[in-house]
Design a protein around this ligand. Structure first.
Ligand SMILES: [Zn+2]
Length: 236
């Protein structure tokens, strides 16, 4: 297969996986079947590699996923608007949003790691760092063109929050929108709001949100009114 054929192939598969997980969620709305972790990471890695001409390392090295033109690159993927996890400062960094509906990636950050590293925040319980997607987008605007890794096929810039699961009439009303209900909000127990699930919660007049534990990685659902106070059911 050529690079373009490989890109088209994985793009089709992403759309298929997305359709399948949506179908499962229709039947089991009480659970989330979002793609997660290693699957997202590896899909984004191969797509990014083929769209930027990066040679991936066979075995994942400690900090780097591949290299291009003598630059060692770390590739990070996300399907949300929250925060990205880091362990070490990379030489070069590519952060991509996985657009599951269109089976492609959108660029969030493309530039030197040294530019983003001062803005990391440490998570002691996980011994890792996080940087918010919004911050990465802001920093990306300050990267000089010659500091970017040139894509070999056109890659779009990330254009804000994508609603991946809008299909029901259950939507938070504007008047009730609070900062705790914004995707990316982290409460005092280090539980991160990963977005509205657009379905009813289990209290009257409540909408369900996906919460992600930044301590152990566990994901679970919470009523909008509880986002600010929830603790992880698994590790807290
Ligand atoms: Zn936890």
């Amino acid at each position: 297969m050529t690079d373009q054929e490989k890109i088209n192939f994985i793009s089709g598969k992403i759309k298929e996986i997305n359709a399948i997980t949506s179908e499962i969620e229709e039947v089991f709305p009480e659970k989330s079947f979002k793609m997660d972790g290693i699957l997202i990471g590896n899909i984004v890695e191969v797509l990014t590699a083929h769209m930027y001409g990066i040679t991936l390392y066979k075995q994942s090295e400690k900090t780097y996923d591949g290299e291009v033109g003598g630059r060692k690159v770390q590739i990070k993927g996300t399907q949300g608007n929250g925060s990205i996890v880091f362990r070490d400062e990379p030489d070069y960094l590519l952060v991509e949003y996985l657009d599951k509906e269109n089976g492609t990636i959108q660029e969030i950050y493309n530039g030197p790691g040294s530019l983003v590293w001062p803005f990391r925040s440490y998570v002691p319980s996980m011994n890792h760092y996080t940087i918010r997607v919004n911050k990465l987008r802001e920093l990306d605007e300050t990267v000089a063109d010659e500091e970017r890794i040139k894509a070999t096929v056109p890659v779009q810039k990330f254009k804000g929050q994508k609603q991946s699961i809008v299909r029901s009439e259950f939507k938070p009303s504007k008047s009730k929108e609070r900062k705790t209900l914004v995707e990316g909000y982290i409460n005092r127990n280090n539980q991160e709001n990963r977005g509205c699930l657009n379905k009813p919660g289990n209290h009257y007049n409540q909408v369900a949100y996906l919460l992600h534990c930044n301590c152990c990685g566990f994901e679970y659902e919470a009523n909008g009114c509880d986002v600010a106070i929830r603790k992880c059911p698994k590790c807290m």
